[in-house]
Design a protein around this ligand. Structure first.
Ligand code: AMP
Length: 273
């Protein structure tokens, strides 16, 4: 879990460090995102860490978490930032952010951009300091968030998961969680050993408020209105690849092949843990 920095002074300092680090890595970033033949044939800067920012886009309940887990297992230099997981941790800890975010999350609407931007940019800065690549799950979700992210980080790889709505609705109602730990079960894909109970503690599983049917439908509509335009946004930048299907196990090998190809030019940086 990435910890937040809430002090404004530290936040400003952090942004300054982030900008400095990014400008130092400027040639590497532009090389991976431009992808023209001329640029691709340039020699790599020696011994520099090659970091990437990979974004996973897709409808809520569309398997982003599953695909992210598989990516992290195969590409351990990536560090995950999942805004949904972070917000749920804040809710569990009843932090100020958690209390503010909970009302939006429970009704299936988006947490305001200003809250999210502060949360993520600070975290991204912390992660970047470790020299690792970032895998963003759940952020950006609006054009406003994407534009602010662009001012701070270069998103050079976008995996867009295109899953039919019927599949999503079935999957969402199938998902149950253990609230204390955040462990997630699915009755179709990853059932608990005993129906309704957490494998490790034996405590009751519950359905996330935002997985209840009304909320789930609202989240799908929200995705269409606020987040789907990001697909065009990143396609126009030439960094987005769409993967269609209904089963993560079938989609993932295609995602992996694409990432292998995209990262082939700097395998050491991409695969080393
Ligand atoms: P997720 O687990 O990614 O589906 O996120 C759960 C909930 O957290 C969403 O339904 C939103 O209420 C909130 N959330 C997560 N990421 C964002 C974001 N980037 N912008 C606004 N709200 C977010």
């Amino acid at each position: 879990m990435i910890h937040l920095i809430s002090s404004p002074a530290r936040s400003c300092l952090g942004t300054a460090i982030l900008r400095k680090q990014l400008s130092r890595r400027g040639s590497t970033f532009s090389r991976t995102s431009l992808r023209s033949d001329a640029v691709a044939s340039m020699p790599l800067a020696e011994d520099k860490p090659h970091t990437h920012t990979l974004l996973i886009l897709g409808k809520p309940g569309g398997g982003k978490g599953t695909i992210s887990g598989k990516i992290l297992a195969d590409f351990p230099s990536f560090q995950l930032m999942s805004t949904g997981d972070e917000l749920r941790q804040h809710v569990r800890n009843q932090t100020a952010i958690g209390v503010e975010a909970m009302k939006y999350m429970d009704e299936g609407s988006l947490v305001p951009d200003n809250v999210m931007i502060k949360l993520v940019i600070n975290d991204a800065m912390e992660a970047i300091k470790t020299g690792r690549s970032l895998l963003l799950d759940g952020f950006p979700r609006t054009l406003e968030q994407a534009k602010v992210l662009d001012q701070n980080l270069n998103v050079d790889l976008v995996v867009n998961l295109s899953i039919p709505n019927e599949t999503i609705v079935g999957r969402i109602s199938d998902r149950w969680i253990h609230p204390a730990s955040g462990r997630v079960y699915s009755y179709s894909y990853k059932p608990p050993k005993v129906k309704g109970l957490d494998d490790e503690t034996g405590e009751l599983l519950v359905q996330r408020e935002d997985d209840k049917p009304e909320s789930a439908l609202r989240r799908l509509q929200m995705y269409e209105d606020a987040t789907a335009p990001l697909v065009n946004y990143y396609e126009e930048k030439g960094v987005c690849q769409t993967f269609r299907g209904t089963m993560s196990d079938v989609i993932y090998p295609e995602v992996k092949a694409w990432l292998d190809d995209q990262l082939a030019e700097d395998k050491v940086g991409a695969y080393a843990s």
